[in-house]
Design a protein around this ligand. Sequence first.
Ligand SMILES: NC(=O)c1ccc[n+]([C@@H]2O[C@H](COP(=O)([O-])OP(=O)(O)OC[C@H]3O[C@@H](n4cnc5c(N)ncnc54)[C@H](OP(=O)(O)O)[C@@H]3O)[C@@H](O)[C@H]2O)c1
Length: 242
Amino acid sequence: MQAVAQRVALVTGSARGLGLACARRLASEGVRVHATYRSPTPESEALEREFPGRVHAADLERAEDWKRVVDAVLASEGRLDHLVHAVGEYVRAPLHATGAANLRRLLSNNVESAFHGIEATRAALRSSRGSVVLFGCAGVETTRARREAAAYVAAKSALVVLARSWALEEAPHGVRINVVAPGVVPHEHASADTLDPSLWQRVPMGRPGEPREVADAVAFLCSSSSSYVTGTVLEVAGGWLL
Ligand SMILES: NC(=O)c1ccc[n+]([C@@H]2O[C@H](COP(=O)([O-])OP(=O)(O)OC[C@H]3O[C@@H](n4cnc5c(N)ncnc54)[C@H](OP(=O)(O)O)[C@@H]3O)[C@@H](O)[C@H]2O)c1
């Protein structure tokens, strides 16, 4: 009987927070995980110990960094089954105080980085008939106004349109592309907003989410249990904005 090949995942933004939870969750299922970080920190050093030889420093707003990382994964593993792209900066400000520089930064960090990622992984994912998970935010499918983070949500909304369009293009090749949309998910390095108990009270389920709950959704979207799911936005938000 032919052995089933071990799945290989590239999880970006994985030195901390939701990316780290996803990397650990997939690894716990036997997936061979490659991780990335941008800034050298104690967390990125810990990542090296957890995923030895499979951690890549990269600024993923740069196409050349994506190519280098994906080439390295393919050189060592010979395949790539999943891309989980957890990079995505947040700016809390009303529009009048956002500034064009922040808008550009959010678009580059949330949208352009994903664009480069899909370009860099397309051929490998077609070969493995693999899958991609991108990160939106709760309520991203609506076009309602936002008082405090309009530029961030605008960037995430653009990402959803691209994700769905990529899903359409890649479906004939057997590649699935989905978005998870977390609500309020505090962690050690999360934005201070997520630590605000008055925000937690606005969540219909009455509590913030946990990184592992987002990672569970990502694991589902990477698994054969979701083999007919593509182009969706899966909210993991305790009913936020219902
Ligand atoms: N946590 C939440 O409540 C929440 C809610 C809704 C949506 N989300 C989304 O979920 C995703 C993960 O959230 P999180 O809270 O885990 O985020 P996070 O704590 O900000 O972590 C993101 C990671 O991505 C890295 N990164 C940022 N820009 C990068 C770049 N250009 N190249 C390479 N790496 C880069 C960061 O590295 P550095 O150390 O260099 O900054 C950081 O390690 C994001 O897309 C976020 O927008 C989170």
